[in-house]
Design a protein around this ligand. Structure first.
Ligand code: FMN
Length: 214
């Protein structure tokens, strides 16, 4: 068998580590024709390359979910979505990157997201984190204030990236009072959606870059 020397990155909790007394410096050189064999090596290499990400979001009418989907599409490695309004959030242990997203209603982000963050703050502070919001606010200063208010200060400072990435007004989904409020603010009752695709790409690029740095 041809001899391959491979330098790969292993996670400290890798089930393959039993063969190698690795330190938390996860680089190791192995031979493809050693005891491990090719099959084993392929598995290790797959694991070594795969960064796992989760986008945990709260949404009322779907725009934060739409942004979550677009972020997921731009993330490298394995990524999954979790709607905190309907699904239970899996344990974070296996994830390297955690993205949190919510939407603003009368100045506030969803309580479910806030509560989840409070309960899991310590774990979140060990991850590669991105924070986003959907909000109709167009002024930069207002957007920044929403971001700072929606997320705890420690998490906000820890996060590699934080942005408002779009909004949607779906009049057909709103109740009477919501329609009335938004019509007053917006000046009409035409459903609109704007997603910042460049912002979404940059947001994911920052996380991809940070996530791939050992
Ligand atoms: C009743 C209502 C109140 C809103 N209040 C605000 C607000 O205070 N500030 C803001 O920037 N956007 C506000 N928005 C806009 C939402 O944040 C925006 O529609 C967002 O895309 C909703 O996301 P979701 O569909 O994922 O819940 C409001 C929208 C509605 C319907």
């Amino acid at each position: 068998m041809e001899e391959h020397l491979v330098r790969c990155r292993l996670k400290p909790w890798s089930p393959h580590n039993f063969s190698y007394p690795l330190t938390p410096i996860h680089f190791h050189t192995i031979k493809a024709d050693s005891v491990l064999g090719k099959h084993h090596l392929n598995r290790i290499m797959k694991e070594a390359k795969t960064v796992k990400s989760i986008v945990i979001y709260a949404t009322k009418y779907g725009s934060t979910a739409e942004v979550a989907k677009r972020i997921k599409a731009e993330l490298g490695g394995e990524a999954r979505l979790c709607n905190i309004m309907t699904d239970s959030v899996p344990p974070l242990d296996v994830y390297d990157t955690v993205i949190l997203g919510g939407s603003i209603y009368v100045g506030k982000v969803q309580k479910k997201l806030t509560n989840y963050i409070s309960r899991n703050l310590n774990s979140l502070l060990t991850k590669n984190v991105g924070l986003y919001l959907c909000a109709g606010e167009t002024k930069e200063e207002g957007r920044l204030q929403f971001l700072q208010k929606a997320y705890p200060d420690t998490l906000y400072r820890h996060a590699a990236v934080k942005e408002v990435l779009g909004y949607a007004y779906a009049f057909d989904k709103m109740n009477f009072l919501e329609r009335w409020i938004i019509k007053k603010i917006k000046g009409d009752n035409i459903s609109t959606a704007e997603y910042d695709n460049d912002g979404i790409s940059q947001f994911a690029a920052v996380l991809n870059q940070k996530g791939s740095t050992p």
